[in-house]
Design a protein around this ligand. Structure first.
Ligand SMILES: NC(=O)c1ccc[n+]([C@@H]2O[C@H](COP(=O)([O-])OP(=O)(O)OC[C@H]3O[C@@H](n4cnc5c(N)ncnc54)[C@H](O)[C@@H]3O)[C@@H](O)[C@H]2O)c1
Length: 265
């Protein structure tokens, strides 16, 4: 599988799953845009890791992928549009968009503030909507096909008490993908969701530091472990490749079986 000659933008790729996706796409030969909001050092770390890939890529003839970092807040539509424009300005085009940036806020439903609701929906859904729109406009102008991969969550389907805004955003992402599969199909643009379960990243720091909660969660995961960013990234690389040309409008769960085994404690 090769992504040689392709250019990919991965939002929120200064750490966690986004960083793992950048590295996996670069290993497959893609040039990558690394986006960050407030941690240039994280973006720089991702960039250095891309440079270090060298002989570790999966291709017989290993190209040196190029990487470029761009600061942008995905909760701000003007910045989202500038991010796409700057990515295209740097590499000349974009072929793959990975909508990865996402946040969650914990609160019982009756205590959720308007500010927290807006923060979650702006990044997880509005930013995704307008990043995708700007990307699609670019593909239409240049008359080329493209691939969109959204990092959703098991919570696009599964209730998650005390995270209602997050679930609303990921549930919205599910319908976004189904709708666009229909609307963009004739343009040769595919769109799919990758829906992680519990992945070991900074978003789960609290959980990782709570042995009781972590133990209970692990009991709910048939494969008996948390996922790693590379578990998610390898599926993203497949969906970004020509091997997945006939796949659109679907959600693929990467959750160790959690979705079918979940019990609230
Ligand atoms: N880790 C999990 O267990 C898990 C499970 C299901 C879904 N997800 C989803 O995976 C995606 C990545 O999460 P992660 O686990 O790597 O979390 P993380 O907190 O480690 O990373 C999130 C990334 O998004 C970026 N980001 C947040 N707000 C942003 C903004 N306004 N503008 C630009 N970037 C912004 C952060 O800087 C960070 O790089 C999210 O969409 C999350 O909902 C994660």
């Amino acid at each position: 599988m090769t992504l040689k000659g392709k250019v990919a933008l991965v939002t929120g790729s200064s750490q966690g799953i986004g960083q793992g996706i950048v590295l996996r796409l670069a290993q497959a030969g893609a040039d990558v845009v690394i986006n960050y909001r407030s941690h240039p050092e994280g973006a720089e770390e991702t960039l250095e890791k891309v440079k270090a890939i060298g002989g570790k890529c999966y291709l017989a003839e290993c190209p040196q992928s190029q990487a470029y970092t761009v600061q942008a807040d995905l909760g701000n539509v003007d910045m989202v549009r500038e991010l796409i424009a700057e990515s295209i300005g740097h590499f000349g085009k974009l072929d793959i968009l990975v909508n990865n940036a996402g946040i969650e806020k914990h609160a019982p439903f009756w205590d959720v503030t308007e500010a927290d609701y807006d923060a979650v929906l702006n990044v997880n859904l509005k930013g995704v909507f307008f990043a995708t729109q700007t990307f699609v406009q670019h593909l239409m102008e240049t008359k080329r096909p493209g691939k969109i991969i959204n990092i959703s969550s098991v919570h696009e389907d599964l209730p998650f008490p005390n995270f209602t805004a997050y679930c609303v955003s990921k549930g919205g992402m599910k319908m976004f993908t189904r709708n666009l599969a229909v609307e963009l199909g004739a343009l040769g643009i595919t769109i799919n969701n990758v829906a992680p379960g519990a992945i070991e990243t900074p978003i789960n720091t609290k959980l990782l530091n709570d042995p009781e909660k972590l133990g209970a969660l692990l009991k709910n995961i048939p494969l008996g472990r948390l996922g790693q960013p590379q578990d998610v990234a390898s599926l993203v690389a497949f969906l970004a490749s020509s091997n997945a040309d006939y796949i659109t409008g679907s959600t693929f769960f990467v959750d160790g079986g959690l979705l079918w085994n979940y019990q609230e404690q």
